[in-house]
Design a protein around this ligand. Structure first.
Ligand SMILES: NC(=O)c1ccc[n+]([C@@H]2O[C@H](COP(=O)([O-])OP(=O)(O)OC[C@H]3O[C@@H](n4cnc5c(N)ncnc54)[C@H](OP(=O)(O)O)[C@@H]3O)[C@@H](O)[C@H]2O)c1
Ligand SMILES: *[C@@H]1O[C@H](CO)[C@@H](O)[C@H](O)[C@H]1NC(C)=O
Length: 287
């Protein structure tokens, strides 16, 4: 082994151990009675997060557009052990609905310890066809509602030493084809909340922000899009949900799930030619 390789190897080991030692350990008890608002919780990762919070004995408010489905999820949360499980229907393309959802949670729970922003509007998995209106609408749902709700919840989170959890994507850190409107909303989230993260630390705020970078997760909506087009491995929504919750509860600034998403996003900058080649050749057809 050359000197350089040795030094590189040693620094990687030190960095790895440093991360292992300094990462605070998750205490499930800390979530008992915690007041949580989860958005996009009628299905997918949001629904699984609601169930995990319920098992930990939290008090939760869930939101999405479909009231009937929310009611079923809330009922299941109660049966799993949630201290409270309430729902409020909201369309996040509407500013007043986004406001109402936060107001509802603040009022019914008497404050918030966690705001988990997770919802996304449906978007096609296909080549960009010039639909600017769709992109504007998606920006409202996936981005503007996030900053609006975060701002509205911030005073209560500040009082309660709370946490803001933003569910983002690998596609908010690297560009891949067929997802231009979606990727733009996720890049916007990473830009905005990354900047806010600095500001909160600099002003010694009580609030932590966790930005979650997810790879492909096996939710119905994601699987319907990529089935037969790519064989990138999909990871389970329930494990994803638990990892997001633990990241928020331990106040870590970032989550990469599955773990290799971190290296994928690095390799895009370190080896752009190889990375682009792999990306452009990892689809069996153009959707
Ligand atoms: N699945 C993946 O492969 C993957 C990968 C990377 C990142 N992520 C991120 O993980 C999060 C969850 O993804 P998912 O796959 O679980 O999504 P999903 O299954 O499609 O669920 C989306 C949720 O958002 C709600 N929603 C849709 N439009 C809405 C609107 N206009 N207003 C309010 N709520 C709305 C949906 O409920 P209603 O229809 O009832 O409104 C549903 O509860 C997202 O932030 C996504 O970007 C997912
Ligand atoms: C931060 O939390 C402490 C209690 O832990 C509280 O006294 C203080 O007022 C909070 N700061 C703000 C700005 O709310």
């Amino acid at each position: 082994m050359g000197t350089f390789t040795k030094i590189l190897f040693a620094s990687v080991c030190v960095a790895f151990l440093a991360v292992k030692w300094t990462a605070p350990s998750f205490n499930a008890e800390s979530l008992r009675g915690a007041r949580v608002l989860v958005t996009g919780a009628s299905t997918g990762i949001g629904e699984q997060m609601a169930y995990h919070y319920a098992r930990f004995g939290a008090q939760i408010v869930i939101t999405a557009r479909r009231e009937k489905v929310l009611q079923q999820v809330a009922d299941k949360c109660l049966s799993l052990g949630a201290q409270k499980a309430l729902y409020v229907a909201a369309d996040m393309a509407s500013e007043s609905d986004a406001d109402n959802a936060v107001d509802f949670a603040l009022e019914k729970l008497g404050g918030l310890d966690y705001l988990v922003l997770n919802h996304i509007g449906p978007t096609p998995f296909s080549m960009w066809d010039g639909d600017v209106e769709h992109t504007k609408w998606l920006m409202k749902v996936n981005f503007f509602s996030y900053i609006q709700m975060a701002w509205k919840a911030l005073p209560s989170l500040e009082q309660n030493k709370g946490s803001l959890v933003v569910v983002s994507s690998l596609l908010g850190r690297m560009q891949t084809p067929f997802v231009a409107p979606y990727a733009s909303t996720k890049f916007a989230l990473n830009g905005f909340f990354g900047s806010l993260q600095h500001e909160l630390v600099m002003k010694k705020s009580n609030v932590s922000i966790s930005i979650c970078t997810l790879g492909l997760i096996d939710t119905e909506s994601a699987m319907d899009k990529v089935r037969g087009i790519t064989d990138v491995p999909a990871y389970p929504a329930t494990d994803t949900a638990l990892n997001i919750i633990m990241t928020g509860a331990t106040r870590q600034p970032e989550l990469f799930y599955p773990w290799f998403t971190y290296y994928v996003s690095l390799s895009k900058d370190l080896f752009p030619y190889i990375s682009n080649y792999i990306i452009q050749n990892s689809y069996s057809r153009i959707p």
